[in-house]
Design a binder for this molecule. Structure first.
Ligand code: MTE
Length: 260
């Protein structure tokens, strides 16, 4: 029996990563993300807001009430971890910039600095950089949607998206975009990196859903990390990653096999 609330050891969180800017191997971000400069840092907030502007890292770290949130984190590749994040609700940040009545979506972009991100220079690089993600406005304003600045009580390791990343616990991990430099509020649904790459395999919503399989593998179960060959820790995947009570109403009346 797998205890569903045992947090993944910090070493595993730092060593088993997806951060394609540094390479496609799970160990590449741990090996190379230290090459990214994270200070100074700022996030620009533009688009459908009354007060567009910039937040410096210092404003972010001192300007919001930080809290610890222990979340299940489920990757589309069918592995998962439980991680104690430090952060604050994205809604608190967005409200500061006063969204206009036209703001229906939010687009996020990751830093793109070729000199410091060897994965973006690689001939095997498949993404049209910068890495882009998006949420519907009600998803972005949901209290579970976290801007994370740390894990295990410390600042974020570079490979996990320093200095500030998104964590959306009911969606597949690729929605949780790392090292954010730009947030735009939009009237229309933005394009995202994975959707651009393969719209059949990676939809805009990407809510964790054991009933809608990835075209190349089942999503009915997941490997809870750390796991080994002898102790695979395979557990059933839960609808909305177990956060249905809090978020299912956002999708009332939507066909989730169509809006995957
Ligand atoms: N953000 C950026 N900028 N680049 C990436 O390659 N990978 C995503 C997401 N955010 C990714 C990203 C994917 S596929 C996953 S599963 C999570 O980050 C992994 O987060 P972790 O490495 O901290 O566990």
């Amino acid at each position: 029996m797998v205890n569903p609330w045992i947090t993944a050891p910090l070493e595993d969180v730092k060593a088993y990563c997806n951060f394609y800017e540094f390479g496609t191997d799970k160990g590449d971000p741990g090996r190379y993300a230290h090459e990214m400069t994270v200070d100074p840092w700022s996030i620009e907030v533009t688009g459908e807001v009354h007060k567009p502007g910039k937040l410096n890292l210092e404003d972010i770290l001192s300007g919001f009430d930080l809290e610890e949130r222990v979340y299940r984190f489920r990757c589309v590749e069918a592995w998962s971890m439980v991680i104690p994040w430090v952060g604050f609700p994205l809604a608190d940040l967005l409200q500061r910039f006063e969204p206009t009545g036209k703001a229906r979506y939010v687009e996020f972009r990751t830093l793109y600095r070729r000199g410091e991100m060897r994965g973006t220079r690689s001939f095997t690089s498949i993404i049209d950089w910068p890495y882009r993600e998006g949420l519907r406005m009600d998803e972005a304003m949901h209290p579970l949607t976290l801007m994370s600045v740390g894990l295990y009580g410390n600042t974020l390791p570079n490979q996990n998206g320093a200095p500030v990343r998104l964590v959306v616990p009911w969606k597949y991990g690729f929605k949780s975009i790392k090292s954010i430099v730009s947030i735009r509020l939009l009237e229309k649904q933005p394009g995202t990196s994975w959707e651009a790459l393969n719209p059949r395999e990676y939809g805009f919503y990407s809510n964790v859903n054991p009933e809608v399989n990835h075209p190349r593998w089942s999503q009915a179960s997941e490997r809870r990390l750390p796991s080994t060959l002898f102790k695979p820790n395979r557990i059933p995947t839960r609808m909305f990653n177990g956060y249905g009570e809090q978020v299912a109403h956002l999708y009332d009346g939507m066909d989730l096999s169509r809006y995957y």
